[in-house]
Design a protein around this ligand. Structure first.
Ligand SMILES: Cc1cc2nc3c(=O)[nH]c(=O)nc-3n(C[C@H](O)[C@H](O)[C@H](O)COP(=O)(O)OP(=O)(O)OC[C@H]3O[C@@H](n4cnc5c(N)ncnc54)[C@H](O)[C@@H]3O)c2cc1C
Length: 331
């Protein structure tokens, strides 16, 4: 681990101002950043602790009602608090479930919503500084493409990077169409659909989001959405707990009898970013909720998959995960 300067930010303006400097990182729960610093993967010169910001402005860690019936979750809200919030559990089960199926109780007590959506890949080659990795060291090569790639992505990959986006919550959020609020170093606020927050690797795997240096996630809005009440997160992994997804599905469905009026589909564990499948959604809306419909949607969701040597099983697994999630949520 390298030497770095630790700064405890007391207000938003100074936090984002200091955060705009090169090689600076915010730290919230620290469960991802500190881990990567210990591995020498992250080597910031300055680390800005943003936890005290919520003492000055409690809305940064709050869970509150929006006038249109949605819910706003502060960027510094802990995973635990959001997962167990009664309104989130009732109106957005997929969000609560995605959080409770992630990490462990201790980690959820520490980790924040902003830090969670920005967590970095668990690709073993990214985390091993002895191995080339285009994401860690642009231009050095991708060890995963010719290496052991069982856990890597099958959607959104490029010839430079096949690292899987590991988080669960963001998969639920892209399915719902959540909005991310960001505070910029120039003092301005901006809002963006969470589907636009993460980017696929393309020629620049080192670029993972559209956030500019020093931009801080202040809140995430869960939209008022009828389908969200009938929603579910299904996660398949090597162990029953404390493991990242091999494949996961976040689904939300509004039914009129057995007719599907609205459908949202997010996929995790198989893509380079939290993946929303509009292809699957198109094949669900207006159809009867039957196994045949779900199979067609799952085939469409994975039609663009490009498996590697060791991870072709993920295509089948993801389809089955989606079909089961849709079957359960419409039962
Ligand atoms: C053993 C283990 C198992 C895990 N299993 C799972 C799992 O199954 N599913 C899952 O989804 N996750 C899992 N995780 C990951 C865990 O959920 C994340 O580490 C955690 O959510 C990160 O939140 P944090 O507040 O600790 O982030 P930090 O480590 O503090 O920050 C992470 C990144 O986000 C940036 N950041 C933090 N807050 C903000 C903000 N408000 N605005 C802008 N940038 C910000 C930081 O600069 C840093 O780059 C696991 C982690 C561990 C260690």
């Amino acid at each position: 681990m390298i030497d770095f300067e630790y700064i405890r930010a007391t207000d938003l303006a100074s936090a984002v101002g200091a955060g705009a400097a090169a090689s600076t990182r915010f730290v919230a729960g620290g469960t991802n950043l500190i881990d990567l610093m210990k591995l020498d993967v992250e080597r910031p010169s300055h680390v800005i602790d943003i936890n005290d910001l919520a003492r000055r402005d409690p809305s940064l860690a709050a869970i509150s009602e929006l006038p249109d019936g949605g819910i706003r979750v502060g960027g510094l809200a802990r995973m635990r608090d959001v997962a167990w919030d009664a309104r989130v559990r009732e109106r957005y089960p997929v969000v609560s479930q995605s959080l409770l199926l992630a990490a462990s109780g201790q980690l959820r007590n520490m980790a924040t919503i902003g830090g969670n959506v920005l967590q970095r890949t668990r690709c073993p080659y990214f985390r091993d500084t002895a191995m080339p990795c285009n994401k860690r060291e642009p231009g050095s090569g991708c060890s995963a493409i010719h290496g052991i790639n069982r856990t890597e992505a099958v959607l959104g990959t490029s010839e430079r990077c096949i690292a899987t986006y590991p988080g669960d919550l963001a998969v639920a959020l892209v399915a719902l169409g959540a909005t991310v609020h960001v505070h910029s170093p120039n003092g301005q606020e901006r809002a963006l659909p969470i589907a636009n927050l993460h980017v696929v690797p393309g020629a620049h795997p080192e670029v993972e989001t559209v956030l500019r240096p020093g931009e801080l996630i202040t809140a995430i809005d869960l939209p008022a959405l009828a389908a969200a009440r009938r929603s579910l997160y299904l996660k398949v992994r090597d162990r029953a707990s404390y493991a990242f997804a091999l494949a996961s599905a976040a689904v939300a469905v509004e039914l009129d009898g057995r007719n599907i009026r609205d459908a949202r589909v997010g996929l995790g564990g198989i893509a380079t970013k939290p993946w929303r499948s509009r292809e699957a959604e198109r094949l669900l809306v207006g159809k009867q909720a039957t196994e045949q419909t779900f199979r067609a949607a799952a085939d469409a969701a994975l039609a663009a998959a490009r498996p590697q040597r060791d991870n072709a099983f993920k295509v089948t697994l993801a389809k089955r995960t989606l079909i089961r999630a849709l079957t359960e949520v419409t039962a």
